[in-house]
Design a protein around this ligand. Structure first.
Ligand SMILES: NC(=O)C1=CN([C@@H]2O[C@H](COP(=O)(O)OP(=O)(O)OC[C@H]3O[C@@H](n4cnc5c(N)ncnc54)[C@H](OP(=O)(O)O)[C@@H]3O)[C@@H](O)[C@H]2O)C=CC1
Ligand SMILES: O=C(O)CCC(=O)C(=O)O
Length: 430
């Protein structure tokens, strides 16, 4: 057995995309100002409650050992147990995971579900792992974060490059230590082991509801409106399908390899089916014509849905963005500097903590079903999802209109305000 250096731990990351934590802190500071909160409350809300950094030794198929870095951050627990996904990506670091955990806190508060915020991740490129290696990474990472997680403490879920299978391995690893099945420890599981109907498409359904609400708010009918979607994974692919079902014209989609464009509208159903194949890349498609990710972000479309990573729309490319609506399927896709430019130009930006909340809403419904040993139909889950999304959107849009602020500012005022109020009632800070 040979020991190779700790690959992928020390590479620089976010060089282009900027610091996610700087973005999250800047949004928090704006909300604190709008709410008139005091300095000690600001300091408390800016600080993660717990951050765990773990080493995840991985025995590769060739017998060598690589030591990966993993994280789980619980940002705030004032409103309930911590909730948030797990990301496997080569650029995961503590800065990004902490920002994502903070955004989870505000997101759960905005849509009124009883959770605090958390996020986790492993700094690894899963495309370089065999399935057995992926399982080993998942199980070892789960073992290392065991002191933090549990159905009443912190409930992980899928995020970038993790899926139902990864959740099943996490659930099994945790359950083995308890001596019985504990389905409520993770959400986004396969239905066969306690997952919920409707979770797979939940984030995309929420993005669709948010898009329709934004269009309606501007008096624009959805039929025929053009959409470009960056990211063709769990969120982007099904958002393309659901938006098309609502009459919008999906003219461009992309993954990390690049994208495809057709002004008349792409055959989304075929692309979604094709993308189920392992190793699928949109760059290898023949539909429409090729576009780069930069070109897709600059398209003259009605709606742009960034559904990949944070920092996609930045100061250096925001001037090229021509969409009238930006609906943030991804977490943190627009940097604060770019956000200010879009606001100045009157572009309607539906912020991540509202637009992509459908996923955690149905995770909540899954957890409720697990705790009560219930199993609801897809129709029932979708009704509850739509109700919570619409109420969240209305709260945010009403506040934005009444105070003359952006949807992002309003969402943060509501989210941060609810968390600050819960903390105050519990006596967690002055
Ligand atoms: N899954 C969920 O329930 C939720 C996810 N989100 C957020 O939505 C976003 C997408 O998550 P999800 O769909 O789950 O992740 P997936 O891993 O399923 O999909 C990510 C997609 O983004 C693409 N991508 C990655 N990097 C880039 C890049 N630099 N440029 C263009 N495309 C890129 C990937 O391409 P490729 O496959 O080729 O690598 C893939 O198509 C993330 O920001 C996540 O935090 C938010 C709420 C809930
Ligand atoms: O479903 C969940 O618990 C969280 C999903 C997530 O990671 C997110 O909303 O960013």
């Amino acid at each position: 057995m040979t020991l190779s250096p700790a690959a992928a731990i020390d590479e620089p990351s976010h060089t282009q995309r900027g610091s996610a934590m700087d973005a999250a802190l800047s949004q928090l500071a704006d909300a604190v100002r709008l709410l008139g909160l005091d300095e000690s409350t600001h300091r408390t809300l800016a600080s993660p409650r717990r951050s765990l950094t773990v080493s995840v030794p991985l025995e590769r198929e060739d017998g060598s050992i690589t030591v990966l870095q993993g994280y789980r951050v619980q940002h705030n627990l004032a409103r309930g147990p911590a909730k948030g996904g797990v990301r496997f990506h080569p650029e995961v670091d503590l800065d990004e995971v902490t920002a994502l955990a903070m955004w989870m806190t505000w997101k759960c508060a905005v849509v009124g579900i009883p959770y605090g915020g958390a996020k986790g991740g492993v700094r690894v490129d899963p495309a370089q792992l065999t399935r057995r290696e992926l399982e080993r990474v998942t199980r070892r990472y789960t073992s290392e974060i065991l002191p933090l997680i549990g159905p009443e403490r912190d409930i992980p879920a899928p995020d970038v490059n993790t899926d139902e299978q990864v959740m099943a391995w996490m659930m099994d690893t945790y359950s083995v230590t308890k001596g019985h099945s504990v389905p409520g420890v993770v959400t986004g599981k396969p239905i066969e082991v306690g997952g919920s109907a409707g979770r797979a498409g939940a984030t995309s359904r929420g993005v669709t509801i948010a898009t329709l609400a934004a269009l309606a708010g501007a008096g624009a009918a959805p039929e025929g409106r053009s959409v470009a979607i960056q990211g063709f994974g769990k969120v982007g692919a099904l958002a393309a399908r659901f938006l098309q079902e609502q009459g919008l014209r999906v003219v461009a989609v992309s993954d990390v390899s690049g994208g495809r464009y057709d002004e008349r509208g792409l055959d989304v159903a075929r692309l979604v089916d094709a993308a189920r194949e392992p190793g699928y890349r949109l760059a290898d498609e023949t539909a429409g014509s090729a576009v780069t990710n930069d070109e897709l972000l600059a398209m003259d479309v009605d709606v742009l849905v960034p559904a990949a990573l944070d920092g996609a729309i930045r100061e250096d490319n925001v001037d090229q963005v021509r969409a009238r609506f930006v609906v943030e399927g991804a977490n943190g896709p627009t940097t604060p500097a770019a956000d200010a430019v879009l606001a100045e130009r009157g572009v309607v930006v539906v912020p991540d903590i509202l637009a992509n909340a459908g996923g955690v809403i149905v995770s909540y419904l899954e957890w409720v079903q697990n705790l009560q040993s219930h199993s609801w139909s897809e129709a029932e889950v979708e009704l509850r999802l739509a109700d919570l999304m619409r109420r969240g959107y209305e709260d945010v849009a009403d506040l934005a209109a009444s105070r003359g602020i952006t949807l992002r500012q309003a969402a943060h005022v509501i989210g941060v305000g609810r968390v600050a109020q819960a903390a105050r009632l519990r006596g967690l800070h002055p």
